[in-house]
Structures are given as C-alpha cells and as structure tokens.
Write a protein that binds this ligand. Structure first.
Ligand code: SF4
Ligand code: SF4
Length: 350
C-alpha cells in the first residue's frame, strides 16, 4: 500500500492530473453549503468543508434519473419499446468524501445488488468509482458516527484516506484501486514516519471527541412487537410535519418511485427519490394505505434504520451518524434521542 504526502498548494495540480484520467466529483461551495459537483477547475474543490448538505448519495442514486425512452406513435416500429437512455458510466473519482458517506454506499449495496436482482446502474457506478476519503478531524456537533459502527477516520469503505495535517494531506491507499490512483499522483513526497504519526494522533483525537451516545446492539435481541408498540412513538411523532427532509438528505435512504412522463406520443420512464414520510408512499391502488397515520410513518423510518435493516441483513444499523437529519429537521426531531429511547441506552445531548 502507498502512503504519500501532498502539500496543500500542490493539491490542485494533483486533482488536475486525476481529471485527465477520470471525471472528478468533489465538494464545491454553493452559497452557504457544500455539494458534490463535477469538477471543471481543480481550484473549485473546497476540502475545508465540514459536511455537505446533500449527501454524495446523489452521485450513485440521482434524485431524478431518466431510465428509458419510448414511442407511442401508431405504426412506429419502435412503438412501445423501451430504449435505455445512455448514462455516461465511465471512470469517476469522488474526491474528499467523508468516511461516513462512503460507508453509506456499502449499506445501500444490499438493496441495489441483491442475490435475485442487480440494479445495473448502481452496480456500474459503484464499480467505476474510486473513493478518496477525507478524514473528519473536526466533526460537527451533530455527528455521532462512533455510535453506529463507523468513525471519523473509518477506512472500511474508501479506496484512499486523506488526513489534513495542516500544511498538507497524508494520503494512504486502502485498496488496489486506491494504490493505482496514488501511483499517478504528481509532485507527491513519500510520507515520513513523523507525518504518519501526526496523522494517527489527529485521527485518535477526533475519535476521542466523539464518544458513543448510545449502543444499538441490544436492538438485535429486542422483539419487534415490543418496540413497535412502545408508548414513546406518540411523543416522537408529535412535531413531525412529514416534510421528507430527513430522508432526502440521508445518505442511506434509498426509496424511489418510477413514473412515466409522456409528452404527445413520446414517453420517458423516470426514477425519482421518494420518501416513507409521505402519505402517498404506501397508498395502494385499492385506496388502502397501511401507513396513513403520521405515527406509523415516523416509526417506520426509525424502525427501518435500527431494527428492520439489522434483522434483515445482519449488519448495520442503516445510519452512519452523519447528523444531517438532526441539523436540518425543521422541528428538531433528533435521531440520537430516538435511538436512545429505542435502545434504552441514552446518553443523549438533548
Ligand atoms: S425532517 Fe423532521 S419534520 Fe421533516 S419528515 Fe423528517 S422528522 Fe418529520
Ligand atoms: S439517519 Fe440521519 S444521521 Fe443517520 S445517516 Fe441518515 S441523515 Fe445521517
């Protein structure tokens, strides 16, 4: 495995060189927030960000994606035939992704690449994307990754891990894809032992600053019915306005809807993000809705994250502790507090 040191002033040069070989997506400042964008100019990349508002989930699972086109024209030989719309799935690098957001891709793999069905676009994007992680040396006050099995310098889902050492970045390859990428980094110095020791000290300090707030493990043994019937759901759901913000910002929420958009005799089949917080999400064609009450929808979101996912896939929970839902919920519903109630292990800040 390769370990190199890149002084900060050389980073645009390094990113530019990577751009010669692949499309690079990285955090770019837009107004008050950062978002992962296709990079046209290396100096647009801002690695001083804390967390992006929208997670980089949109790079693997776009909010709206045209899947197929078809014709409804009478007599057209292509009438009613679905033609795949090209997606541009060539080599990509996501530069500066937080370890928690990279971990979220792993958690979502189980949904898009099952034994029975493989989503070809998800699979191709995952296979053609190298993830260059950026360790979180100053986590937000809303972060709780260490409570859900990951961490600010977790290497388990990235190909390269970068540590901000003040005047430069220590870049360590984790996978073969990461090593191949670092082998072409220009102007990089081999990292000295001191630099490696400095990076270790930075990551240990960040982890210490993020104590575990709750322990999700007991939920594996807790009966589903017992949790389902808990009285606290009434209190948790009270303020929710079912806006869906928490699910759209969440790096591990994957729900989508498929709709046909038809203009005259041309049709496009589109996949769009959807949310279990919306009443229409579970409305059946018959008119029956198994989750027509707010309490049922709010409970579903937390139960899926901490109970159903874990029971079904044997890992998880389906939350990486990024804190976006805590930061942006308009009525301050705090998943850390809810997880504390569910696990009866609350050491929560609120
Ligand atoms: S962001 Fe808050 S108010 Fe909106 S759906 Fe989620 S929990 Fe409810
Ligand atoms: S549930 Fe909230 S804290 Fe957990 S991954 Fe989703 S947005 Fe982040």
């Amino acid at each position: 495995m390769l370990t190199v040191y890149v002084p900060k002033e050389k980073m645009p040069l390094v990113i530019g060189r990577v751009m010669d070989r692949a499309r690079v997506f990285a955090p770019v400042k837009e107004g008050h927030a950062h978002r992962f964008r296709l990079v046209n100019q290396p100096h647009h990349v801002d690695l001083t960000y804390q967390n992006s508002r929208l997670s980089p989930k949109e790079l693997m699972h776009p909010p709206a994606e045209a899947m197929f086109a078809y014709s409804l024209k009478k007599g057209d030989p292509k009438e009613g035939i679905l033609e795949e719309i090209p997606k541009g799935l060539g080599p990509r690098v996501v530069w500066g992704i937080r370890p928690c957001d990279a971990k979220a891709f792993q958690l979502m793999d189980v949904n898009f690449m099952t034994r029975e069905y493989v989503d070809p676009w998800w699979q191709k994007r995952r296979q053609s994307t190298v993830l260059v992680g950026l360790g979180c040396h100053e986590p937000c006050s809303t972060c709780f990754c260490t409570s859900v099995g990951t961490g600010p310098f977790d290497r388990s889902a990235v190909d390269v891990l970068m540590t901000d050492c003040g005047d430069g970045y220590l870049m360590e390859s984790v996978t073969e894809a990461g090593e191949a990428l670092l082998a072409h980094v220009p102007k990089a110095e081999a990292a000295s032992e001191n630099r490696v020791a400095q990076a270790r000290a930075i990551s240990e300090k960040a982890e210490k600053n993020l104590p575990r707030l709750f322990v999700p493990d007991p939920l594996q043994d807790k009966a589903m019915n017992e949790l389902f019937q808990e009285a606290f759901w009434e209190e948790v759901q009270f303020a929710c306005i079912n806006c869906g913000t928490c699910t759209f910002l969440c790096p591990t929420c994957w729900c989508f809807d498929i709709q046909d958009e038809v203009h005259r005799d041309e049709g496009v089949r589109v996949r769009l993000w959807d949310s279990c917080m919306f009443p229409l999400f579970t409305l059946h064609g018959s008119g029956h809705n198994p989750r027509n009450q707010k309490l049922q929808r709010v409970r579903q979101r937390f139960m899926h994250k901490f109970k159903y996912y874990v029971d079904k896939y044997g890992n998880g929970p389906a939350c990486v502790g990024c804190g976006r839902c805590v930061q942006y919920c308009p009525v301050n519903i705090d998943i850390r507090r809810v997880a504390g109630m569910m696990t009866a292990s609350c050491v929560c800040p609120t």
